[in-house]
Design a protein around this ligand. Structure first.
Ligand SMILES: N[C@@H](CCC(=O)N[C@@H](CS)C(=O)NCC(=O)O)C(=O)O
Length: 308
């Protein structure tokens, strides 16, 4: 067993995990899969993340990367070929992740749960209400379905326009990050809500692009048990070294006690000692009673970090 092989903590119907799985396919990575529950409680997951509940995260040894945006960046660093940025311009390409993961994705969530919400369990509805901090109001989403259909089509049309000149992938000849951004939102509707997938089918170029993306596969995936991933974290020692940034706007420095949380939903606080801080990343050193020292990494954009 290669101890440096990435372990993805995910579940099959998770769209943000699908974004990462296809990146594994593009890069032909061998990885291990730990299936986690799609709602709380997650007793075999939270010891690794320190309380971050969202899906997915990636583990290598005693280190965990939270959020698909940071996972993808770490995969690019460790497995540079083929690059997810075939045309360069990675800053603005990543910026489009905010459009896909927030604006376009939220339209899809409302459209999907407006359509199929009546068949979803009460436990799931309660969990998502707890995660979002507001009511997960299926009746209201149902009423909004006509508006969300229009919005979904309008966002999808932006993707279609990029394919107008006949290019196979959004940046040109080969697939990359630009494709991964909207891919999970298209995949999500197709998988979870076939009754609304006609919205996608009307775009012939998108259908052809979907087939090319699906053909990328997921790399080489092998299942392992959650307890094996925990045992690995307990056995290994984190490798990341402390690193600060003289330009940190509020003077945060390695060694400070801080708490970190997403700024949108699932805002559970993760506390620890600041290990790395810069404009791209926050890494915390944590001591878990069962696992010992673990380092948890978060992206900087979209996450709040405060001294304790
Ligand atoms: N910005 C995060 C969003 C992650 C996210 O919203 N994941 C969903 C599943 S795809 C989630 O956590 N749902 C609740 C859960 O899995 O408990 C990312 O890119 O990873």
């Amino acid at each position: 067993m290669n101890l440096m092989e990435p372990i993805l903590h995910h579940y099959d119907s998770s769209p943000f995990s699908e974004k990462v799985r296809v990146a594994m396919g593009i890069k032909r990575i061998s990885w291990r899969s730990v299936l986690i529950p799609n709602m709380m409680p997650k007793p075999d997951y939270l010891p690794l993340t320190g309380g971050y509940r969202r899906t997915p995260s990636m583990q290598i040894g005693a280190e965990i990367w939270c959020d698909s945006a940071l996972i993808l960046r770490e995969l690019e660093r460790r497995f540079p070929e083929p690059s997810l940025y075939p045309e360069g311009s990675d800053g603005m390409t990543d910026a489009l992740g905010f459009w896909a993961d927030r604006s376009f994705f939220m339209v899809a969530v409302q459209l999907i749960f407006g359509s199929i919400g009546h068949s979803v369990s009460q436990a799931f509805i309660d969990d998502r209400a707890q995660m979002s901090g507001t009511r997960f109001d299926v009746a209201r989403m149902r009423a909004a379905v006509p508006v969300m259909r229009e919005q979904y089509r309008a966002h999808l049309n932006l993707v279609d326009r990029q394919l107008l000149d006949g290019r196979p992938f959004l940046a040109g000849a080969v697939p990359g990050m630009l494709d991964l951004h909207p891919w999970h939102v298209v995949w999500f509707l197709r998988q979870v809500c076939p009754e609304e997938a006609g919205l996608i089918d009307r775009f012939a170029r998108i259908r052809a692009w979907e087939a090319r993306m699906a053909a990328m596969g997921h790399g080489q995936r092998r299942e392992i048990a959650a307890r094996d991933a925990l045992a690995l974290a307990a056995m290994e020692t984190p490798e990341t070294l402390p690193s600060g940034d003289p330009d940190e706007p509020n003077g945060l420095r390695p060694g400070m006690k801080v708490e970190v949380a997403p700024d949108d939903y699932g805002r559970d606080l993760v506390t620890g000692d600041l290990l790395v801080i810069n404009a791209e990343e926050i890494a915390l050193l944590r001591r878990d009673p069962a696992l010992g020292e673990v380092v948890v990494h978060f992206p900087r954009a979209g996450y709040v970090v405060l001294p304790r």
